[in-house]
Each structure stands twice: as C-alpha cells, then as structure tokens.
Design a protein. Sequence first.
Length: 320
Amino acid sequence: MMFRSCKTFVRAVFSAAVLCAAMPAWAWPDRPIELVVGFAPGGGTDLTARALAVYLEKELGTTVVVQNKPGASSAIALSYVARAKPDGYTLAMTNMPGLVSLPIERDAGFTTADFTYLANLVRDPSAFSVASTSPYQTLESLIADAKAKPGTISYGSTGVGTDDHLALVLFQSLTGTKLNHVPYNGAGPLRSAVLGGHTVIGGLNLGEVMPYHGKNMRVLAQASEKRSPLGKDVPTFKELGVDLVFASERGIVAPKGLPPEVSEKLREALKKVAANPEFQAQMKQQFTEMDYLDGPQWQERLKGDDARLREIWAKTPWVE
C-alpha cells in the first residue's frame, strides 16, 4: 500500500516538473513597462508615444508609462535603453534618422546593433515653417533672401543629426544657401521659439505643425514625394524645384538580447495596435501618416538608411 502511494507521489512530482518545464519562467508582463522618449513633451514623438501607450496597455494587460529623457538629439534616451536589462520592461520610441545618424557622427553611447527591433509605426515628413507674421510667404522668397544674406536667417531643429537638421543640410546643398542652425530639445520648445520670434524657420515635422498651420504658423513646404492627404494645401519641396525628400520615422526598440517569447508578444501587440482603426484615426487626427513595418523588415530598411546617411556624411558632414 505504502509502495503504491510512493509510486503515485513520484508520478505526481514528475508530472508537476514536466508541467513547470513547459511553462515560461515568468508571466510577462507582470509590472509596468517604461516607454522612453528622447525629446521634450509636446512634440510629434511624444504625442505618438502617449497615444501608443494607451492601446499597448490594452493589448499587454499592464501599465505603459511614457518617460521623457530629452537631450543630445535623443542620444541620452537611446543610450539609456541600450544599457537597460533586456526583459521587455524598458522600450524606446525611436526617430529616424537619429537612430542611425547619431552613431555615424559621434560616440553616441549606443550603436544600431544594441537593440531588438520590434516595429516601425509611423512616418512624419520634414517641413519648413514660419510664424504667420513672418515676411516669408513662400519658399521661393526664403531661398532668395538666404542667397542674398547667407548665414543670417535662423533655422531651428530638434537637435544635431535629427531629420529636421539633416533636412536643412540637404536643403542647403540643393539650393546653395547657408542658414544659421539653432538646435532645441524638442518640437514643443522649437515651436515656441518660432512663435516668439527667437528663430525664423522651424524645422518641424508636418504632423507637429499642421494643428497651427493657417492660424499662428505657416508651412512653406514639406518633404514628401507628393502632397500629404493630411495637409493638402502644403506644397512639397519637389514641386517647388527643390529635390528634397526626408521624414521622421517612429518605431519601437528594446535592448539587444530580448527573450524571443517577449519579443514575439511585443511585436504581435504592436501589430494589433497599428491595425486598430481607433489608433489609426488618432494618428490621422495628429496629422501623422501610418507606416507600420514589422521588426525584422524594419531592421532591413534601416540598413539601407544607414548606407544612405554614410554617403551624405562623406560628402557633407552635418556636425558644425
């Protein structure tokens, strides 16, 4: 009798061990997730991250907290995430080209190899904007004045090596002009600087400035291949004779070494959010275009971006 009981006990212990071995080591996620943004509150990246956090919480069943760590053109935030424990609880909303351009120009505290790529979500074309009181009514008048008075017209960006700054570098190369570059810690402070008359041109993404366009700001041109359905009255640089196409892409990364099961769960959650009509409507409301790409595909595209930016760097280094 005791022998049979022992055998039953052994079988029970063995079955429990097999069951435990088949289960994940922990139920992820079981605590809040930190979503890090490398710019000050109020800009396009911040607004996208905050919208995403709400929908991601529903998909993952846990709190997603947006943390702003502005400075060094987002290098502070990206290096912070690159050094974080790869457990899925620390993520970053990245910006292209900064994600790729910053390690090209300097030791940024991270490289593109330091991350697990989860998904790109949106794109937001670069644009040149002025205050509604500005004497510059058109891009043509700005170019004419910039050629006549090189280095005297100020241009604000969200930092060295960002899409706003690289759009300026390419613009100057294409038009033979020289503007006075002034970096800021985010779109919010930059927009305030334009409205306050502290800088003449705001290198703001289209989505960041469209809510103010026709009110207290005027968008002179935006850098898509064709006019955006979210800003139909804003001309492209190309149609105004300047072959400039550039945009900010915003995606989500985690530290390198993320467990495959966590990576898969995050990628699936981001895919569902990107396909959610309510999230898409919110992005449209923010004048931001959807551009979903799964992690591995996004990483492949970034390799092409890296080659393109290295070519630009070789011809026109953008660090002043």
